[in-house]
Design a protein. Structure first.
Length: 357
């Protein structure tokens, strides 16, 4: 009986509590989720040699059904590099660079060869869609591209028919190179032969090239090409052959030809306080069909750097200036010897310079 009396009371109470809960309890939290996008890169770092291209895949991801247009820009603080965007097929995308909703494209950075510094920099790709902005950083490191260069002493050699011209060759790493370089020469005149010892040189090493002529070798000036080849890999890691050439000259002068030199003035007095150079004019005159290059050096100065020529050689005939730096010289009288050399031919002449205060 009591239970039947309580049932209406409990029912009313539950209704009241339900009404109270509906009016004061948590309301429905159903809201539209915020639309957004993400940006990421793969890889996040790359290392290339100078002249190579770094490639990063940029991914735009949609969040909560985002389908807006994302415009991509980049910040590239790396000197002497060129950044650009392409599609996945490699076709360049010109600004504005956009992705609708989600998708991928390539961010590439090209190095301008030897002009690009060897260092590491952080580059930033930024995506913007209305008020939404997100960025991703990537790292780029540029290393030395292995290379070498060729050098010779002299660049021009002079012989008479039947003589031997000798070139001292060097293979220099530029700036780094580890593979052996094979050397060869072309452009020899008829009845002349060349031997390079050794014919394969490690970077930093040297070789001797003997060019042997005969009495039948024609006279004249001949352009020789020294070629160095070595295996290497390109900036993308593909095996290739690196080739460099060096221009040399072989002068075969007529038998019994010669040259003479003269100079004026033969003596000078220069005041050190004037801060000027003593200047002598050296003339070269060809004799008996001489066609060689005459190279000048000097001796007798208290310091070799005080005496120099401008230019330091002349071909066949002509003149050069011989200068003595009186402003940097000690006081006194100096006898200077001018030495003119062309292959087996050599002539000297002396001048004096008196340096006073």
């Amino acid at each position: 009986m009591l239970r039947n009396q309580l049932t209406p009371i409990l029912t009313v109470g539950l209704v009241i509590l339900g009404l109270f809960a509906s009016s004061h309890g948590p309301r429905s939290q159903v809201r539209a989720a915020a639309l957004d996008f993400t940006i990421s890169a793969s890889p996040t770092s790359a290392t290339i040699e100078r002249g190579g291209t770094a490639v990063y895949r940029i991914h735009i991801g949609a969040v909560n059904g985002f389908n807006g247009t994302v415009t991509l820009t980049d910040a590239d603080p790396f000197p002497k590099t060129v950044p650009f965007f392409t599609d996945l097929a490699g076709n360049e995308i010109f600004p504005p660079v956009t992705v609708n909703g989600s998708g991928d494209l390539l961010f590439k950075v090209f190095s301008n060869g030897h002009q690009t510094p060897v260092e590491t920099q952080t580059l930033t790709v930024t995506g913007t869609s209305g008020s939404l902005t997100h960025s991703v950083n990537v790292s780029l490191s540029v290393t030395f591209d292995p290379d070498f260069e060729l050098f010779s002493t002299p660049f021009t050699a002079t012989v008479e028919p039947g003589g031997t011209a000798v070139y001292q060759l060097q293979v220099k790493p530029f700036p780094v190179f580890s593979n052996a370089v094979n050397l060869s020469v072309s452009g020899l005149p008829a009845h002349a032969s060349a031997t390079i010892t050794p014919a394969q040189v490690n970077p930093g090493g040297s070789a001797t090239m003997d060019v042997v002529t005969t009495t039948q070798t024609p006279t004249g000036s001949f352009a020789l090409t020294l070629t160095g080849t070595a295996p290497t890999v390109d900036p993308n890691g593909v095996p290739t052959t690196l080739t460099h050439t060096l221009a040399l000259t072989l002068e075969v002068i007529p038998p019994n030809s010669d040259f003479s030199i003269s100079v004026r003035p033969t003596s000078q007095t220069i005041q050190k306080s004037q801060g000027v150079n003593a200047v002598y004019t050296v003339n070269v005159t060809a004799k008996n069909g001489f066609i060689g290059t005459v190279v000048f050096t000097a001796s007798g100065a208290p310091d070799n750097s005080l005496a120099f020529f401008n230019p330091d050689s002349v071909t066949t005939s002509g003149s050069v200036d011989f200068l003595y730096d009186a402003a940097a010289s000690p006081l006194g009288t100096f006898t200077l010897t001018i030495i003119a050399t062309s292959g087996p031919l050599q002539h000297t002449i002396k001048v004096t310079c008196t340096v006073v205060a």
